[in-house]
Design a protein around this ligand. Structure first.
Ligand code: ADP
Length: 369
């Protein structure tokens, strides 16, 4: 059966078609929404383009990446009217993501009215976190009733790479402790014990944790108050600064793209150096935190655009961790390769595993039918 996988964002709609269970990718493309807005109306126009490109391919089901499943969804589900309503309600928690995901679902439903549509959530994998990891130390009712708590994101990617390691590369070792680093435009680290997420660096929103392309990551809540109370910024301005103008882009002043920043570092740009140094140091601190959370680890995995492609960033992150059992093999780290590969044979083995979020969505979609 061919399964259409949709990953809708604010500026683009990525889609792939997978022949399942053969796990053969039949098609992949990205529709830029700016192009379609003028032509045929946002997501409806984008979906029209998807089905034009896929003309002649019989699609039997669709899998949708849904960013926020709150504490209601612990696994993937077939979307019915009730599930759709709940995803809509969760838009309050993810205003930058869930509305686009839903819009894509509704437009796809018009093209495939009778096929099953499955929601695969970015948060679901982290629903196994224990309360001590997901609770903020706020007044209790804020955590329980208002649900101001940590959810975690990138769950599809953390689950894929950890599952891939356990199934294919672990040599049968049971009860693995893994630390997975998804470093792309968005970045997060996850601690995984026995296949379950026990902590992760993103929290109530994807703004928490590591420094990212344009997001600040961890920041004193007091700094947000200061910007509003003393600098006179509106909540909308603060949101724009923290989500779109911070992270690698904000500190370096060069770009949100790690490739441009690394080039600027080579050219002696001090702000670019600070941005990379700060980025790597913060990943290293989370690795240290998760070694403490699990009393060590068996494997450290890098994935995402930066994690898969930048030997320099991986080397910087792992620098000075040898007494904790993490060291890279320089030759293996620097070898250009885009397959699963071991780059460190230290006590904690280090791997690069390219993420395949769309494949996992296709697997879950098949599994839900
Ligand atoms: P997303 O999080 O949007 O899925 P990706 O996982 O594709 O994004 O990661 C995108 C980022 O990966 C880019 O912003 C770029 O900084 C980084 N990247 C891609 N290739 C390289 C490379 N060879 N060296 C350093 N960084 C890279």
């Amino acid at each position: 059966m061919n399964i259409l996988v949709l990953n809708a964002g604010s500026s683009s709609l990525k889609f792939e078609i997978w022949d399942m269970p053969a796990e053969r990718r039949v098609m992949q493309d990205t529709i830029e929404l700016q192009d379609t807005v003028q032509r045929a109306g946002g997501m409806t126009g984008a979906l029209k383009s998807v089905f034009e490109k896929a003309a002649g391919i019989q699609v039997g089901a669709a899998g949708h990446r849904i960013v926020h499943g709150g504490d209601r969804f612990r696994s993937s589900v077939v979307i019915d009217a009730e599930v759709e309503k709940q995803i809509e309600e969760l838009s309050a928690l993810a205003p930058l993501h869930n509305p686009h995901n839903l819009e894509a679902y509704r437009a796809a439903r018009q093209h495939l009215p009778n096929a099953p549509h499955v929601a695969v959530f970015d948060t679901a994998f982290h629903q196994t976190m224990p309360p001590r990891a997901w609770a903020y130390a706020l007044p209790y009712e804020y955590v329980t009733e208002k649900k101001i708590r940590r959810y975690g994101f990138h769950g599809i990617s953390h689950r894929y790479v950890s599952g891939q390691f356990a199934a294919v590369h672990s040599g049968g070792r049971a009860h693995l402790r893994m630390i997975t680093c998804h470093l792309g435009n968005g970045c997060s680290v996850c601690a995984i014990e026995g296949g379950e997420s026990i902590d992760t660096s993103m929290g109530f929103t994807p703004l928490e944790g590591l420094s990212m392309g344009t997001r600040s990551g961890d920041l004193a809540a007091g700094a947000v108050l200061y910007l509003i109370q003393h600098e006179g910024l509106s909540p909308e301005e603060v949101s724009r600064i923290l989500n779109n103008e911070s992270g690698l882009k904000g500190l370096s002043g060069v770009s949100n793209d790690m490739r441009d920043i690394l080039k600027a570092v080579e050219g002696g740009n001090e702000r670019a150096s600070l941005a990379v140094d700060n980025f790597c140091y913060r990943v290293r601190k989370y690795i240290g935190a998760y070694l403490a959370a699990m009393n060590g680890a068996d494997v450290l995995i890098f994935t995402g655009g930066i994690g898969e492609n930048s030997a320099a960033v991986r080397a910087r992150i792992c620098e000075g961790l040898s007494s904790l059992g993490i060291a890279l093999d320089d030759g293996a780290n620097e070898a250009a390769d885009n397959t699963d590969r071991q780059i460190g044979t230290s006590a904690i083995s280090v791997w690069v595993i390219p993420t395949k979020e769309e494949l996992l969505i296709a697997r879950d979609t098949l599994g839900c039918l």
